[in-house]
Write a protein that binds this ligand. Structure first.
Ligand SMILES: [Zn+2]
Length: 58
């Protein structure tokens, strides 16, 4: 059981995927990716909402 996020699921043309056992482990990876790959110094609140909605549990 864990959490999965795919950039595609928020409409990004990007093959990035991340899986983690805990939400707290997933978010820093996601934020670092958004910063380095998408130039988001900080994830805007609307994008953060989208991202959280796109995180799937498996
Ligand atoms: Zn991405």
């Amino acid at each position: 059981m864990g959490y999965e996020f795919k950039c595609r699921d928020v409409g990004m043309n990007c093959g990035f995927e991340v899986r983690a056992d805990r939400m707290e482990d997933l978010m820093p990876v996601l934020e670092a990716h958004a910063k380095h790959s998408h130039g988001m110094e900080k994830i805007p609140p609307d994008m953060m909402e989208k991202a959280k909605a796109a995180i799937k549990q498996f």
